[in-house]
Design a protein around this ligand. Structure first.
Ligand SMILES: NC(=O)c1ccc[n+]([C@@H]2O[C@H](COP(=O)([O-])OP(=O)(O)OC[C@H]3O[C@@H](n4cnc5c(N)ncnc54)[C@H](OP(=O)(O)O)[C@@H]3O)[C@@H](O)[C@H]2O)c1
Length: 334
């Protein structure tokens, strides 16, 4: 017996010549990919990568048609895996989800058992998607910096792209953990909100992207969480304190950057790459468990915009246009 209905709704992106058509369609169980676990999706979220998956030349979608959505939370409706029971509340994200196989913008989805994360005690499915892949990446960034020795007494930490999904969550985690966390943003109108969240101060996007002929500047930051990349990276490297590190996860500000080796060889700084896609499932489950406890972001649930499958398009366009203010969550069956 299957608990899947004969028809259900999904948001689909399909390439057609040089365009991508985006629409909510009715699908059936045979349209879902193979996998041991079928999930009734309660919530998904909108990430920058989802925007890229729905535009021509976004270089993210590897199949067409594709149900985008790189993360989801919901309830198991069928399971062929002895460790995962029908009725379990779960999260799935990363790996090929929403990229090379269908993702979370659907009422039902099927995934391999090895991709499933139990919903941690203390988080609702909506909370989990308010954190989502962006917040998970923020958590990973903090874990990586602390594994290299960062502690609150080392000095101020700068978060770039601070109004975005990764940035805002990183700021909220750092503030909650007692760090002096500063926010870099390009949005003047967001300063008050970031200060209210607990930012110790604001640095303008202009300052962090300014060109400089100096390979090293005054030592300012103990660490940085950067989801912007591009022209911001040289600034971060030349202003890190001795032994500091940047956790680099994103490229909303560009891909290439030019720097020198001097921050590395004269100040012992490190550039830590953060990739949430391929993290092993055991580590993924551990970090989610911590996101419900000691990495829980401050004011989780604030700065959330709810959309439905029918209202996804403006959110996808908005995130690509840099209009993110916190997180968009997608109410599906929740
Ligand atoms: N490595 C991974 O596993 C992983 C996981 C998740 C996300 N990511 C990447 O991380 C990045 C952020 O993702 P997100 O979901 O947080 O996106 P988002 O919500 O759109 O946030 C990105 C933020 O970057 C800033 N920004 C936008 N355009 C910019 C520009 N031209 N120059 C400098 N800053 C700019 C804006 O913040 P301000 O206006 O406040 O400056 C914006 O809110 C993306 O590149 C995404 O692909 C990587």
């Amino acid at each position: 017996m299957t608990a899947l209905p004969a028809r259900f709704r999904a948001f689909v992106a399909e390439k057609s010549d040089d365009r991508v058509e985006r629409a909510v369609r009715e699908l059936g169980p045979d349209d879902l990919p193979p996998g041991e676990v079928t999930i009734r999706t309660a919530w998904s979220s909108v990430n920058y990568k989802d925007g890229l998956a729905t535009i021509p030349n976004g270089k993210v979608a590897r199949i067409s048609p594709l149900i985008p959505g790189i993360d989801l939370a919901g309830t198991v409706v069928t399971s062929d895996d002895p460790t995962i029971a029908v009725g379990d509340e779960v999260i799935a994200h990363g790996y090929d989800l929403g990229v090379a196989r269908h993702g979370g913008f659907t009422e039902y989805e099927r995934v391999p058992a090895g991709w499933v994360v139990p919903l941690p005690v203390g988080l609702s499915a909506r909370d989990a998607m308010a954190i989502g892949t962006a917040g998970f990446t923020a958590g990973m960034s903090v874990v990586a910096l602390e594994a290299r020795g960062l502690t609150p007494d080392r000095g101020p930490v700068l978060v770039t792209g601070a109004t975005g999904g990764v940035g805002r969550t990183a700021l909220a985690i750092l503030v909650e953990r007692g760090y002096e966390a500063w926010a870099s943003t390009g949005k003047a109108e967001a300063h008050d909100e970031l200060l209210a969240l607990g930012a110790a101060g604001i640095v303008s996007r202009g300052e962090v992207t300014a060109e400089s002929t100096r390979p090293l500047e005054s030592e300012r930051w103990a660490a940085a969480v950067d989801s912007v990349g591009g022209a911001t990276m040289p600034y971060l490297l030349r202003t890190l304190r001795y032994g500091g590190a940047v956790a680099a996860s994103g490229n909303t500000g560009g891909v290439p950057f030019a720097t020198t080796v001097l921050p590395f060889i004269l100040r012992g700084v490190a550039l830590l790459g953060i990739d949430s896609v391929g993290v092993q499932i055991a580590e993924r489950r551990r970090i989610w468990d911590r996101l419900a406890r000691d990495l829980r972001p401050r004011a989780l649930g604030d700065a959330i915009t709810e959309v439905t499958l029918d209202g996804l398009e403006p959110a996808l366009d908005g995130i690509l246009a840099g209009r993110a203010r916190g997180r968009w969550v997608v109410r599906i069956g929740g």
